[in-house]
Design a protein around this ligand. Structure first.
Ligand SMILES: NC(=O)c1ccc[n+]([C@@H]2O[C@H](COP(=O)([O-])OP(=O)(O)OC[C@H]3O[C@@H](n4cnc5c(N)ncnc54)[C@H](O)[C@@H]3O)[C@@H](O)[C@H]2O)c1
Length: 358
């Protein structure tokens, strides 16, 4: 099996490492020769050691498009995803995973991406890796086999300071040196940390619906250090059923806080991600006739996040999971982008209620 990875930055390295462990051939494309050199000499050796045998690098789209791939990962900044999918879809027909966030908050960018995803000859995925974390999947499996009643409330927090993010990009002096410090480019708390929105909506889709009938949001913006971004985001949304969704995301909190909790009529469930940098702790509790408490912890490293994603891609390619049931299917990731763009609009324009169709 051969994977084409577009983008030789932080995520490109994570994927190259995980695909190489799964014995895939790897071709990495980046338009920047400096980025390719940094991959080869600094990022990969610094994180993982020796480069994978046979890994190839190119800065030519023409060479890349003349290669046969079984799968492609687009691991570049969010404001390039749509153009890249448009470019590669002309010649390459294999399934594609686009990294999160799928696109920028711009409505035209979103619509073009949806159109391209629909027209691409194979299935498209969006890389919200926390949906496929072992803790998330275990929680879903347990909840699906329990009868805890209606979902009443979902709370998601995804707070991590710039310091945490820049640690994975030591070659950047500040968020202004990349898309990270610019809301319009898909950076800032709302889009960069959209794992919070995404997990809340994913849980809503599993245990209720994706029908949002109301949304209000408060966003603190900043222009510090030559940036222009959303710094702290608070969203409240309501599903048609009345279920409440609360999401907090920021680029301020240190140490990071990443968690999701669900309240049902007869029970509670929660996950704390990355506790002490290495544990996903979960707790699921049933009340009344469903009296039980299940709690535990998955010890994990950063590479586990992407190993798990590669496993889910391999399951799809081996026909063990269909696109309609795949946790990484683009439809969900695109809904997260749409919901986040509406939250930005609502905060800017001061609406308090809106209907979003999935
Ligand atoms: N799921 C996760 O946990 C996770 C972690 C890190 C990054 N990401 C996502 O991955 C994406 C990339 O982030 P990153 O941290 O790797 O960024 P990065 O800046 O480290 O790397 C991006 C690379 O893309 C290259 N690039 C830019 N435009 C290109 C183009 N048109 N064609 C080919 N290469 C191009 C750049 O030269 C750069 O090397 C973002 O959307 C980010 O949110 C996700």
């Amino acid at each position: 099996m051969r994977v084409g990875i577009i983008g030789a930055g932080s995520i490109g390295n994570h994927f190259a490492h995980s695909f190489s462990k799964a014995n895939w051939e790897i071709v990495v494309l980046d338009v920047s020769s400096v980025a390719i050199q940094r991959f080869q000499e600094e990022i990969y050796p610094g994180r993982y050691g020796k480069l994978p045998d046979g890994i190839q690098f190119t800065n030519s789209y023409q060479d890349f498009e003349n290669t046969n791939f079984d799968f492609i990962v687009v691991g570049t900044p969010p404001d390039t995803h749509t153009k890249i999918l448009e470019q590669i879809s002309r010649k390459l027909t294999c399934p594609v995973l686009i990294e999160k966030p799928a696109c920028t908050p711009d409505g035209q960018d979103f619509n073009s991406l949806v159109d391209l995803v629909n027209r691409h000859p194979s299935d498209v995925f969006v890389g919200f890796n926390h949906r496929v974390a072992r803790s998330t999947q275990l929680l879903i499996n347990v909840l699906e086999t329990s009868t805890l009643g209606r979902l009443l409330k979902v709370d998601a927090t995804w707070d991590e300071s710039w310091a945490g993010i820049l640690k994975a990009h030591p070659w950047l002096d500040s968020p202004s040196a990349s898309y990270l410090g610019f809301t319009a480019r898909g950076g800032g708390a709302l889009f960069e940390h959209s794992h919070g929105v995404d997990l809340a909506l994913y849980m809503a889709s599993r245990f209720d619906s994706m029908e949002i009938t109301g949304l209000s949001s408060t966003i603190e913006f900043s222009k510090e250090g030559g940036c222009d971004y959303d710094k702290v985001v608070q969203i409240h949304a309501k599903l048609k059923s009345g279920c409440e969704i609360n999401i907090h995301q920021d680029v301020v909190t240190f140490p990071a806080k990443k968690k999701i909790s669900l309240e049902f009529e007869n029970g509670l469930a929660k996950i704390d991600f990355g506790v002490e940098g290495k544990f996903d702790n979960f707790e699921i509790q049933g009340f009344g006739s469903q009296d039980f408490l299940l709690s535990g912890s998955f010890e994990k490293t950063r590479p586990d996040d992407f190993d798990q994603e590669v496993r889910m891609i391999e399951k799809y390619l081996a026909d063990k999971i269909s696109i309609e049931n795949h946790p990484l299917r683009a439809r969900l990731g695109l809904f997260t982008a749409k919901f986040s763009a509406v939250a930005l609009d609502v905060a800017n324009k001061g609406f308090t209620s809106i209907l979003i169709e999935a």
